[in-house]
Design a binder for this molecule. Structure first.
Ligand code: FES
Ligand SMILES: [Fe+2]
Length: 269
């Protein structure tokens, strides 16, 4: 099906079958926070104006950042029509509409059909714009699919049952061998932790973000704070506290000790 918007010229339709459920796609569509983090090569900043289950309206800046070049966009999700429409309300390209229809082909296979409408696009501009949008959407969906599938596997792990917390102590190796493997991702009592060396001290922190289960273990670390690559929430590695203002904190991490025999041991606090 191709969306028909008589007011604005249609410049192209992008189609792609994605290995994710409709639910993950809806979640992704209204998730404004991920734009400047997961899609950092496309967006540099976002400031929400309003947001909710219906979608969001926000001021956004593309990459590279230029203070004067802000857009206001609005995304409205219509679950009954399995559709979301993104409109540019202010800034360059005002009046542009991007209509996405989603068709669930199987529990975890969804076809998206994305139609691009750009005001004033003549024939030549339409071809250029179509190519631009195809390339852009291919990249955005590559990045989104990586996030949505990783999140789905984390949810699967949770659905499969809570891990046992019975393990309270585990030797992970000789100090020299452990140091050579750093940074190290390790499962302890059913939870994944990242072990790193910070200021000469070995320390473990949850490899799963407390926000939407992002890959915190892969986050950038600066001054004892780790930043999640999905939405940029920042956490104090020692306390697990979110230092960027969200009401969430990391799962308690085990302490990392070096025994007198030179073995590295994880222990629950
Ligand atoms: S999953 Fe959202 S900030 Fe980590
Ligand atoms: Fe996205």
């Amino acid at each position: 099906m191709t969306a028909v918007n008589a007011r604005v010229p249609h410049v192209g339709t992008y189609r792609r079958e994605l290995p994710v459920s409709l639910e993950r796609l809806y979640e992704n569509a209204i998730d404004w926070e991920h734009l400047p983090y997961l899609h950092r090569s496309t967006f540099s900043r976002i400031e929400p104006i309003d947001s909710g289950d219906w979608g969001f309206r926000a001021r956004v800046w593309t990459h590279p950042y230029e203070e004067q070049r802000a857009f206001v966009i609005e995304l409205r999700l219509d679950r009954d029509c399995r559709r979301w429409i993104t409109r540019t309300l202010e800034g360059s390209g005002t009046g542009t509409e991007i209509w996405t229809h989603a068709f669930s082909l199987a529990q975890r296979t969804t076809l998206v059909v994305v139609d691009f409408f750009v005001p004033g696009a003549g024939k030549t501009a339409a071809v250029r714009l179509r190519d631009y949008y195809y390339r852009l959407y291919a990249q955005l969906y590559d990045e989104d699919v990586a996030m949505m599938t990783a999140r789905e596997s984390e949810l699967d792990r949770i659905r499969a049952g809570q891990p046992s917390r019975k393990v309270t102590r585990e030797v992970i190796g000789e100090i020299a061998e452990v140091r050579a493997r750093l940074p190290l991702e390790i499962e302890f009592a059913g939870v994944r932790f990242r072990v790193i060396e910070l200021g000469g001290e070995l320390i473990a922190f949850s490899a799963r973000c407390a926000h939407l289960m992002g890959p915190l273990g892969e986050g950038r670390i600066e001054g004892g704070v780790v930043e999640c690559p999905w939405h940029g929430y920042r956490f104090d590695i020692h306390s697990g506290e979110c230092v960027s203002g969200a009401a969430c904190r990391l799962a308690p991490a085990p302490t990392v000790k070096i025994n007198s025999d030179g073995k590295v041991v994880l222990e629950t606090i």
